[in-house]
Design a protein around this ligand. Structure first.
Ligand code: ASP
Length: 369
């Protein structure tokens, strides 16, 4: 008798547990289906732009164990379908399709993933059925992927990256509105021809200018020295500034047939720094080195020794700065990264080395892009 009670209790508990979960899961799945189907069946759909959302992971797809957990959560957990389902408002402004490229913390974005993403973006944009692309990404290395795409996308159609500082499970998570804004931007005529765009916190920025400057704060992204392109206000993009540097269709970087990008490493400059980092980079096959030097690209005597060793071994060296803003002034015999921070200088050098290793030509790329 006791045993029967046990089983009945177990069955009832299971039904209660399942009925608690299933409706919310079904609601999400239904929302997603509705988002996609509504965009296909909606009367207005022929007039709405077709936007592909490519998801790569990050905090925007992250989950924590409580609504107040904003650190130590699992980044890159939710699938693109769930991200889309969370923002049904997008179907009012665009026909949405989703694609999962990878689902990782952005610190695990590799050169191979960059190439896969860049090729997929170009493939989609070449189709008349795609009007714009939104990419969801982790914030930690977002600026690197965005700048890479800014140099390799071969289309004037909008490509917009967005992210979140708070996981999807957090109270007042920033992901859903950022995603909505990204779709809004990608759908808008005025976003065409401006290169790749980045939006978080209602602001519009060029990947060349924007950088992550705070470890945890929701307003972690700033265009420190050169400003934002504009802002999204009441559901409308307002552009105020032009992109001065060349991008997308105006660069010589074609990744169509590139299977592997050259290895480029970043070496920090600091008091009492050794030279062996340079030796290690050369021995491990680096084709390029970015020096994250103090000040205006200043080399300590040890760094100078290391740089000379690398250059004597055929490695291209670019001087950048660890300062966080400003331009590294031109220096005789060296390539300067202009105002690109070390991580973006690395992206440009990898691409530059796919077309030349002539220092003058590489300097001209830093001057132009
Ligand atoms: N570590 C996370 C990532 O870059 C941080 C974030 O997305 O905010 O994937």
């Amino acid at each position: 008798m006791k045993k029967n009670y046990y089983f009945i209790t177990l069955i009832v508990a299971t039904i209660v547990a399942i009925s608690g979960f299933v409706p919310s899961f079904t609601a999400l799945a239904k929302d997603y289906t509705e988002t996609v189907e509504a965009s296909l069946n909606n009367e207005k759909s022929k007039e709405l732009p077709n936007i592909s959302i490519l998801a790569t992971g990050g905090t925007i797809a992250g989950t924590g164990s409580s609504t107040t957990q904003t650190t130590g959560y699992k980044s890159g957990d939710l699938a693109v379908e769930t991200l889309i389902a969370a923002v049904p408002e997008m179907k009012e402004i665009a026909n949405i399709t989703g694609e999962q490229i990878v689902n990782v913390d952005s610190t695990d974005i590799t050169n191979d993933i960059l190439l896969k993403l860049g090729k997929r973006v170009n493939e989609l944009l070449a189709s008349d059925d795609v009007d714009g692309i939104v990419i969801t990404h982790g914030t930690d290395t977002l600026e690197e992927t965005a700048y890479f795409l800014n140099l390799v996308v071969k289309s004037d159609k909008p490509v917009v990256l967005t992210a979140a500082m708070r996981p999807a499970t957090a109270m007042s998570a920033d992901g859903p509105f950022n995603l909505y804004n990204a779709v809004l931007l990608a759908s808008h005529e005025s976003s065409k021809g401006k290169g790749v765009l980045v939006t978080l916190n209602d602001r519009i920025a060029s990947p060349r200018n924007i950088t992550k400057i705070n470890t945890t704060a929701p307003d972690a992204f700033k265009s420190i020295e050169n400003g934002y392109l504009g802002a999204i206000i009441a559901g409308k993009p307002y552009y105020y500034n032009h992109v001065a540097r060349l991008h997308t269709t105006a660069t010589p970087f074609d990744i169509t047939n590139i299977e592997k990008l050259p290895q480029v490493d970043i070496i920090y400059g600091y008091q009492n720094n050794p030279t062996y980092m340079y030796k290690a980079a050369v021995e491990n096959g680096a084709e390029g080195i970015i020096v994250a030097a103090p000040g205006d690209g200043t080399l300590s005597s040890k760094s100078f020794e290391g740089v000379k060793y690398a250059m004597d071994n055929g490695v291209t060296v670019v001087l950048s700065s660890r300062v966080g803003s400003g331009t590294v002034s031109p220096k005789e015999g060296f390539i300067s990264s202009d105002s690109l921070n070390p991580q973006k200088a690395r992206i440009l050098l990898m691409l530059a080395l796919t077309v030349t290793n002539n220092p003058k030509e590489i300097q001209s790329f830093y001057d132009k892009y």
